[in-house]
Design a protein around this ligand. Structure first.
Ligand code: KG4
Ligand code: ZN
Length: 304
């Protein structure tokens, strides 16, 4: 079965042709990033995102089909991200997909963005089967999820305020490093001392496996302000490295604590932040220490 998959939940217009069956095969995967258009504002501007999706969606879809040597009539179904995401941006993809389905008389498959991040792990690990515990870390979400079956999920922990990716983006902005923040913080952190600053491990209120990154973000803001008030230049690399280390430590601690508490022996990382090398390294260390298996998506399947 050939599925044309469309995604416009945030600042990337993407279309892929996927062959489903015993083995899932990606026949083409075309992504147009809008990062440059939003960078000047230091974050995604929803209205600009929607307009750019309108401009590029048919081009990207046509390219996905031509790269896979496939025509519209050979497609068996059309899948589209319908939630969660920026509402105006989602509407572009959903309406485009609906229009195609109507014109071609094909079925529409609505896709939940968070579940899709988890499912991306099945593509390169055909042996991976539920049940397992997943940590989805993206720009908008920070969820620990019990994956009971392919379509059955239970939310165990979530962020009380900012998601980890959002914290990366905001800290990058404070440090004047640009947008999107994850990759630039990671690059800046390479030259820095991860123990340069002691940052708080914020409490997250009632939920044992909930997260909170807002206090950490404020602590970084205070560091930057204090430097400026003293007329000093902030140690960008040191701040980036300590911030990244603290986020990775919090995510790793909670994820493994949840696994132990709930008795899971297989863990699956997902979402844009799972591209972070230090996070993968910290989680791998913990996996080797505890004997709990860890699966990380390949880098090209981390993002939307
Ligand atoms: O899943 P995703 O592509 O889109 C959302 O669903 O939000 O995740 C995007 C988020 C952004 O906040 C971005 O800064 C973060 O993932 N990100 C990273 C890295 N690459 C992307 N965060 C940390 N380290 C990275 N290497
Ligand atoms: Zn995402």
């Amino acid at each position: 079965m050939k599925i044309l998959a469309i995604e416009t939940s945030c600042d990337e217009t993407a279309a892929a042709l996927v062959q489903s069956g015993k083995k899932i095969e990606i026949l083409s995967n075309i992504v147009a990033s809008q990062a440059e258009n939003h960078a000047v504002f230091g974050g995604v501007v929803p209205e600009i995102a929607s307009r750019l999706h309108c401009e590029t969606i048919s081009q990207i879809t046509n390219k996905a089909l031509s790269c896979a040597n496939c025509s519209f009539t050979e497609v068996d179904a059309i899948a589209v991200t319908f939630t969660p995401g920026l509402i105006g941006a989602l509407l572009v993809g959903v309406n485009y997909a609906k229009g195609l389905c109507f014109a071609l008389d094909k079925p529409l498959i609505p896709v939940n963005h968070i579940k899709a991040h988890i499912a991306a792990n099945y593509i390169n690990r055909p042996g991976l089967k539920p049940p397992f515990l997943s940590l989805v870390v993206s720009g908008g979400h920070n969820h620990i999820i019990e994956v009971i079956d392919y379509t059955s999920f239970k939310l165990i922990g979530r962020t009380r305020d900012d998601a980890a990716g959002e914290a990366f983006d905001k800290v990058a902005r404070m440090l004047g490093l640009g947008y999107p923040g994850g990759a630039v913080i990671e690059a800046a952190a390479h030259g820095g001392d991860r123990h340069a600053n002691i940052l708080p491990h914020p409490k997250s209120g009632a939920g044992q496996f909930d997260f909170s990154f807002s206090g950490l973000k404020t602590a970084v803001l205070n560091l930057v302000h204090n430097c400026k008030q003293r007329g000093e230049k902030p140690d960008t690399a040191g701040i980036a490295a300590s911030f990244q280390e603290t986020v990775c430590e919090i995510l790793t601690e909670k994820f493994f604590a949840a696994a132990k508490e709930l008795g899971y022996t297989e863990l699956v990382l997902a979402g844009g932040v799972s591209a972070n090398q230090r996070l993968r390294e910290r989680m791998t260390e913990e996996s080797e220490k505890t004997g709990i298996k860890l699966y990380c998506p390949p880098l090209y399947l981390c993002g939307d």
